[in-house]
Structure formats: structure tokens, C-alpha cells
Design a binder for this molecule. Structure first.
Ligand SMILES: *Cc1c(COP(=O)(O)O)cnc(C)c1O
Length: 216
């Protein structure tokens, strides 16, 4: 199937209430364009340099998501390039982003990435540090917290993701009660998005199922 057919089929399957972020990392501009022509409204990239080069060729408004780890020395570019930065996971990074956003006269929308499975060497804030990070972001004048993001571990059995997705949804619901604009729970990729959606994700980030395998 073509990129357009893949995109439309997943779009239909998800229904209207779920945001589908088409993850174009490692694919060329033409491929990105095919997805946008097929109706993609949200594009996800995980590297600043690659995104900068691809986005400058775009002539149509799409919502741009940073889904990969962000280093503090790239925050200025990130603030210029992205509408939603999904991978905020430390006060250090939040502080740098706040400063960069202030300098560009922008309120930067972000998600906090949670390392719920406590995977060593993986990005994301640990659960015990989440409240502190939320307080820090709330106090940052140029950041706006829109929700949470999680990347599930690569289990041998994808069903093993389910309890984690469920726990994230519970956490999200509890936080949402007292917060305004706290709308997005981003979880689920090609191999696990169906389970993520069953457990309450309202943003999924899908690359391979739309574009095929990435060439590295
Ligand atoms: C690459 C990537 C995706 C998409 O992965 P697929 O398995 O190709 O769907 C989703 N989220 C993040 C954070 C990624 O880095």
C-alpha cells in the first residue's frame, strides 16, 4: 500500500477523537509531503537538524511535534521549529526552554515525558519526580503544559505494555481534574498503538505503519 493509503487507513481506524502524529524521521521530504497530501495534520520528528531542513521546504501549515530527546544546547532551534515539544523530562531542560521561549516571544507548548517503566538510559522523568517537574513548569511563564507522553518498553510480548498504558491514563486523568489545557496523552507507536488507544491514549505517534521501515 502507498503512504497515502496507509495513512488514511490508520486515520479511519482511529476515528475523529485521536490525534495521529505521522512520524517522518529518517524519511525524505517527498515522503513527508505524501502524508500531508493524504491529510496528515501533525508531523513528528526526533532530531533538530533533520527537522530544520525538512520543515523549511513545507509550504503548508502542519502542527510540528518534537518527539525525540532534546539537549539544552538546541532549545533555541527547537522553540523556533516546533509547536509541541513532547519530550520535556527535567527541570534543567524546562528552564532552558522557558528562557528560549521568552527570548522568541513565544509560549511554548510542551508535554512531560514519563519514564514509567524506569528503564535505565531512557529519557523521561521518573514518577517520583513528576510532581516537582510539573510545579516547575507551572511556574515557568513561557511554557504551557498540555499533557503527558510515554514510550513503552520493547517487550517481547506487546500485551505487556497494557498495564503501563493503563497506569498512564490514570495518572493523566488525576492531573487533568485540576488543570486547564491538559489535553494530550501521547502514547503508542506502530507496534503498540492499538493497545495504547484501548487504554486511553488520545495522541499516537506512528511512523513505520505509515511509511514502512526506516533506512539508517
Ligand atoms: C520513531 C518514534 C516513533 C514512531 O515509531 P514507529 O515504530 O515507526 O511507529 C514514535 N515515538 C517516538 C518517540 C519515536 O522516536
Amino acid at each position: 500500500m502507498s503512504v497515502a493509503e496507509n495513512f488514511r487507513s490508520i486515520r479511519r481506524e482511529l476515528g475523529g477523537a485521536i490525534k495521529l502524529v505521522a512520524v517522518t524521521k529518517n524519511h525524505g521530504v517527498e515522503t513527508m509531503r505524501e502524508a500531508i497530501d493524504a491529510g496528515a495534520t501533525d508531523i513528528g520528528e526526533n532530531r533538530i537538524q533533520e527537522a530544520a531542513e525538512k520543515f523549511k521546504t513545507l509550504d503548508r501549515a502542519v502542527i510540528r511535534h518534537l518527539i525525540g530527546h532534546l539537549q539544552t544546547n538546541k532549545v533555541k532551534q527547537a522553540v523556533k521549529l516546533f509547536d509541541l515539544i513532547q519530550s520535556v523530562d527535567s527541570e534543567h531542560l524546562a528552564a532552558a526552554l522557558d528562557k528560549a521561549a521568552a527570548a522568541s516571544g513565544k509560549v511554548q507548548e510542551i508535554l512531560i515525558q514519563v519514564n514509567l517503566a524506569r528503564e535505565v538510559q531512557k529519557s523521561g522523568v521518573l514518577l517520583e519526580d513528576l510532581d516537582g517537574l510539573i510545579k516547575f513548569v507551572d511556574a515557568a511563564e513561557n511554557l504551557r503544559l498540555r499533557g503527558l507522553m510515554m514510550i513503552a518498553p520493547n517487550f517481547a510480548e506487546v500485551e505487556e505494555c497494557r498495564p503501563l498504558f493503563r497506569q498512564m491514563r490514570k495518572l493523566f486523568d488525576e492531573l487533568k481534574i485540576s488543570r486547564e489545557g491538559f489535553d494530550y496523552l501521547s502514547m503508542g507507536m506502530t507496534h503498540d498503538y492499538k493497545i495504547a488507544v484501548e487504554e486511553g491514549a488520545n495522541v499516537v505517534r506512528v511512523g513505520t505503519a505509515i511509511f514502512g521501515e526506516r533506512l539508517y
